[in-house]
Ligand binder design. Structure first.
Ligand code: SF4
Length: 356
């Protein structure tokens, strides 16, 4: 249920769509390739900036398509170089995307897939109001193009870890993934794209069917169903056994090791027993564990003490599982996930971060 605009999005238009439009405009079909080049090679969304098109054609393109439908409404830079952008969509709704600089001048984009989120993890601001609507593929691609034009360059990698459960918006997400990875369009390697899920089993299986080497990150946050029920409401919560069976299927078809994302919450999922169980799960399913110490901002959840975090990581490492500890970025300003959007909506920062 994406909000259906009056006009199609130019971002996400395939060469055949553009060729059909050129026929309708009685203009040569090679113009379709020129438009696609501007969009997917030069990150130009505004037809008026497509300089090798005749002026009337630029006007016709702008009249017939949303180009762009979204704009950057606000920016929240953090001292660590991370920049969070509030993106205003064509209907006035907002989502967030983040530009994350890394080592050796690497750049990662964190993109959203929905306005709000149906999952409602209890520590996450983004799911607090439930799902408002899905993003269309064109809107997901507009995030990418707006971010590229803001950064003045393409990202080295993309993580779909922003607002929303992307695999519950599979139809639009898969269209966007096609444009991002096809050599005819953006042409990024699927290995440089991480799709994150809260463990939505039907979506994991559909992604596996694509047979592409996307990195799959599953936000498990607990090593057993009982603990998980204290963190994720039962609306779309699947049993861990089913999630990990889907992860096995993904490993089989995509040939990619799955990452288990694990937000560490003091007194909830940070015990030695939890670490032992998590390590066992990771080893059995050949998965990596990525630990994310919770960044508390007025929540009923708390970040564990440093010693607890280190002991948790060591237990997993000693058990022979692959484990990493995520360094929190962008939380110094109003940039923790979900905060910028809530701040724009409610005029104050009162939320917690997204745990993906
Ligand atoms: S952590 Fe992710 S899945 Fe959970 S509510 Fe937030 S956006 Fe949704």
């Amino acid at each position: 249920m994406a909000s259906i605009p009056q006009k199609p999005f130019l971002a996400g238009s395939l060469r055949e769509d553009l060729a059909a439009w050129c026929v309708k405009e009685c203009t040569a079909k090679f113009r379709a390739n020129q438009i696609a080049e501007w969009l997917y090679r030069h990150d130009v969304l505004n037809p008026m900036e497509m300089k090798n098109l005749p002026l009337p054609l630029r006007g016709a393109l702008a009249a017939d398509f949303l180009a762009p439908g979204s704009s950057i409404a606000e920016s929240a830079p953090a001292p660590d170089g991370t920049e969070k952008l509030l993106i205003r969509l064509h209907d006035g709704e907002t989502v967030e995307m983040v530009l994350i600089p890394g080592r050796e001048e690497r750049l990662t984009f964190c993109l959203s897939t929905q306005v709000g989120c149906p999952v409602g993890c209890l520590f996450c601001a983004s799911g607090r109001d439930g799902l408002i609507r899905n993003l269309a593929a064109g809107e997901i691609l507009e995030e990418f193009l707006l971010g590229s034009s803001r950064a003045g360059r393409r990202p080295d990698s993309i993580v779909f870890m922003g607002i929303g459960e992307g695999l519950m918006n599979f139809h639009e997400l898969s269209k966007a993934l096609h444009v991002l990875t096809s050599p005819d369009y953006v042409g990024m390697s699927p290995r440089r794209i991480t799709v994150s899920t809260s463990g939505y089993v039907p979506g994991i299986l559909k992604l596996a069917e694509l047979g592409k080497e996307f990195t799959l990150a599953i936000s498990l946050h607990a090593p057993d169903d009982e603990t998980r029920a204290r963190i994720i409401p039962d609306k779309v919560r699947y049993p861990i056994a089913e999630i990990m069976a889907a992860a096995d299927r993904y490993l089989e078809t995509a040939g990619r090791m799955v990452t288990i994302e694990y937000t560490l919450l003091a007194g909830v999922n940070d015990s030695h027993e939890a670490a032992v169980k998590l390590a066992r799960l990771a080893r059995i399913h050949h998965a990596k564990v990525n630990l994310i110490p919770y960044n508390a901002t007025g929540s009923r959840f708390q970040r564990p003490a440093r010693e607890t975090i280190e002991a948790f990581e060591k237990t997993i490492f000693d058990a022979g599982a692959h484990v990493t500890l995520r360094t929190e970025r962008g939380s110094e300003s109003s940039a923790a996930c979900g905060q910028l959007r809530r701040s724009a909506k409610y005029g104050k920062h009162n939320s917690q971060e997204n745990g993906k």
